[in-house]
Design a protein around this ligand. Structure first.
Ligand code: A2P
Length: 282
């Protein structure tokens, strides 16, 4: 029998100061308007790739009472369901209530993460098809960063087309780097076969800075240019499925284009041919 020694050392576990606190593990800045960060994942949190959660920080103290309230916003989870950590991709708005503060987080800081995932950009909301389109503007890329790392995406579809429209070239970096790393991902290759990366078609466009492909994706669909560039047939309700995540005007225009092409909007309770979610703007 070994002698029992009383435990005298102080516990080094830091007591979280915030409700639903998670610790930031990594922060990357891309432009003066965009950054991404990773944080710990609540042990009990289960979610489907493509869903969102409420995250945030404590707001400033009320000048009268001194009380602080959590300042929360809906953020798409950019990491896939299998990831041990959580990843988010965010805009920085200098006078935005949350992102003016959130942009300054560093590894070791705490954020609030309410562990109640919801959302419609999930595979369950779509009927089976051959080709899936992910349409994003700006930080609307986030749910697709999750879905592009989700093995089911490649199990369910022969082709995965991701379009990303941004104002400037630098705003494409997060998505471009991510797609590059997915194409070289050993785990996905092992699970889905060496050639899985050939299913990914990446179609980035810019609207305010010169790049190889200029223009709003909505205009490129109307003119047929995107289909010509990719060497594929126009949208077809039999084969094409789509997920949309961008600003409101973009979402509405694409909805109109899909309805014209005969695609119907789906939901968790009624899967159909396309689904929409508004990208977070602060
Ligand atoms: P544009 O520069 O022509 O406005 P934002 O940063 O304002 O959210 O925009 C992100 C990207 O989405 C920009 O390239 C912007 O193009 C584009 N965009 C904005 N509204 C629409 C829309 N209704 N349809 C297609 N693209 C849009």
């Amino acid at each position: 029998m070994t002698e029992q020694t009383p435990v005298t050392e102080e516990k080094s576990v830091k007591v979280p100061a915030l409700p639903d606190a998670q610790t930031v593990t990594e922060v990357k800045h891309y432009t003066d308007r965009l950054f991404s960060f990773r944080c710990t994942r609540p042990a009990s949190l289960r979610f489907r790739s493509g869903e969102f959660v409420m995250i945030g920080l404590m707001g400033d103290p009320d000048p009268k009472t001194g009380k602080q309230k959590p300042l929360l916003r809906a953020y798409s989870i950019a990491s896939p369901a299998w990831d041990e950590e959580m990843e988010f991709y965010s805009i920085k708005v200098q006078d935005g209530p949350l992102t003016s503060k959130l942009q300054h987080i560093k590894p070791g800081d705490e954020i609030i993460l309410r562990p109640k995932p919801v959302g419609t950009l999930v595979h369950d909301a779509l009927l089976p098809g051959k080709r899936i389109w992910f349409f994003a503007t700006g930080t609307g890329f986030a749910p697709f960063a999750s879905l592009l790392r989700e093995p089911q995406t490649y199990e369910d579809y022969d082709e995965v087309i991701i379009t990303h429209t941004c104002r400037e070239v630098g705003e494409l970096t997060y998505g471009r780097d991510l797609i590059e790393s997915i194409r070289n991902d050993a785990m996905l290759a092992e699970l889905m076969g060496e050639d899985f990366h050939k299913k990914i078609r990446y179609y980035p466009t810019t609207t305010r800075e010169e790049s190889p492909k200029m223009g709003r994706i909505t205009d490129l669909i109307r003119s047929g240019e995107v289909f010509e560039d990719l060497g594929i047939e126009p949208l077809n309700p039999e084969t094409d499925r789509a997920m949309i995540c961008g600003n409101l005007a973009f979402n509405l225009e694409l909805k109109e284009l899909f309805e014209e092409a005969g695609l119907e909007e789906g939901a968790n309770s009624k899967p159909a041919q396309y689904v929409v979610e508004k990208a977070f703007l602060d």
